[in-house]
Design a protein around this ligand. Sequence first.
Ligand code: PLP
Length: 398
Amino acid sequence: MSTIDIEDSLGITFCERLPLAFTHGKGSQVWDEAGKAYLDFTSGWGVTCLGHSHPVVVAAIAAQAARLMQSPNAGFTYSPERAALLQQLQQVLPANLTNAFFCNSGAEANDAALKLARKITGKHKVVSTQGSFHGRSFNTLSVSRGPDNSSRYLPQLPDISFVPHGDTPALAAVIDDETASVIVEPIQGEGGVRIPPAAWLAEVQSLCRLHGALLIVDEIQTGFCRTGKFFAVEHSPVLIEPDFMTMAKGIAAGFPFAAFAVSAGVNARIQKDDHGGTYCGNPLGCALSKTVISYLLEHNIAGSVQLSGSYLSQAVLDLQAAFPHLIREVRGLGLLCAIEFHEPALARQLTLRCAEAGLLVVPTRNGIIRLLPDLLVSRTDMETALTILRTVLQEAAV
Ligand code: PLP
């Protein structure tokens, strides 16, 4: 039986998959079982920020795996790798975020932030945004609002309000003194790369302060240089000082790892036994994440993403100009780029055609595809990807 047959019969499938199975990758390329090469403009859903099997990533994993992967007594003991990562993270976090905890996935980080915000404030209302995605755990599903995950597991958490992303008056109308937290993505990723007005995040922050609600900024997709800044909050013209910031994906370049960081005020209200987890802050993830952050800083990857991102955005805008009857809108910042089609079904059709032609893209809700290459993607690989996109658009246009 083939890999696909075995997975289809023995696994649990939650989405319609491409009939492809990959065996290895290098840089921006991956190879399937038949040996065919593809350009990976998904980077594993925005995860493999240094490309596939980058030598520094491989070396960090090998060195730490040979030393210690899981601390004895896990979080019950201290860890030099965790200490080193905590210090390293301080170099890149917003200055008000003084303490951090490491966990295993984005959903887990957001879940913990929502849970702790409820405990710290003694309130339980949450405001989130329409089109948001914060994860698939029960709490994070309750604060996510997209066409595919809004109402399948009713009843959800109570007293969650959703306002349009980027709409300050709508937030002002629902937030009140009973609101525990407001959770926002600085730029919506799964929602289709929705970039709010520049002033919005600061206005959200002011409303949170006014009502004693904690601000949870979800940087899971936008963090670690994806948008051309280390974190997307840095694009705000006004200093953003979140109460919680959640991180995952690029944080460890492909190893399942995540974190949430908190302000001193929040940290002062955290007590023993509020939270924990078997793998939280394991030495392997910590050593790797520290290596990734060092690499991003030493090579000024935020700066290079600004350059490669503007090249990609301009090239995709050129595609829109060439195919205005197919492409409704193009949105992007750094290497987070969305192409929205007039005809929603085209997104899936083009995803399949691109894959056949050797390019992997991310199909997203509502007739959108996203381009999320690794942050080291070369100009040549971007040109090849754009040539493939142009060809499949030309085919679709006839
Ligand atoms: N938050 C955002 C903004 C995301 O993009 C995602 C995943 O795509 C998550 C949370 C959930 O992260 P994970 O899949 O690691 O649980």
